[in-house]
Design a protein around this ligand. Sequence first.
Ligand SMILES: CC(C)(COP(=O)(O)OP(=O)(O)OC[C@H]1O[C@@H](n2cnc3c(N)ncnc32)[C@H](O)[C@@H]1OP(=O)(O)O)[C@@H](O)C(=O)NCCC(=O)NCCS
Length: 192
Amino acid sequence: MTANQLPTQLPKIQKAQQVKGKTLVFRDANAEDAAFILSLRTDEKKSRYLSTTSSDLSAQQKWLQSYSQATDQAYFIIEYQSEPIGTVRLYDAIDNSFCWGSWILKDGRPSQAAMESALMVYAYAVDHLGFTAAHFDVRKGNERVWQFHERFGAKRTAETTLDYFYTLSLEAIQASRTCYAKFLPAGVTVTN
Ligand SMILES: CC(C)(COP(=O)(O)OP(=O)(O)OC[C@H]1O[C@@H](n2cnc3c(N)ncnc32)[C@H](O)[C@@H]1OP(=O)(O)O)[C@@H](O)C(=O)NCCC(=O)NCCS
């Protein structure tokens, strides 16, 4: 077998107990986060462009219990000064690309939270998990959010009546990490 025939290991989405950024911390979600997650996902304004969530607390707890056994996704509570301020999820790895979403920040978040949390997702996925691309979809009506991703270098690859589909190359990810380095100057520190 020659060098270029060696089987290459594809990156995998892995959970982490904690991913520490500059001012924010991602913490692995657990069943005790059910009420907080529900409060975000059933907020009429915030959930407008999200897939619908049942308002049943025990259903959310069950979902989080089954998540604790999952090995193909990472669901984080975003914390600021030890208080939960939002959620973000990495899932659906396809070859070298990961998908992220379930990105919600509560009202009253600090103004750096969106930029820093997006940069933390990329730092964790690229530096720690080894992904070299990202993909996601955003509701067409969620204009502020797709504009945010386009400023990060996301390229629109397809659309349906409801959604735009995006990919982000490693070059675009790294260029944005450099451009916005003041939000996350030293990458992330991961505790497994
Ligand atoms: C998606 C979500 C987490 C984004 O957070 P957000 O705080 O609304 O993000 P914003 O676009 O307002 O950006 C936050 C700040 O970063 C700034 N910012 C955004 N992009 C920037 C850039 N490229 N360069 C510099 N600053 C930037 C904004 O100006 C804003 O600053 P301000 O607070 O001083 O006005 C939030 O809107 C949310 O919870 N939405 C509901 C759920 C949802 O639809 N999620 C997406 C589907 S997965």
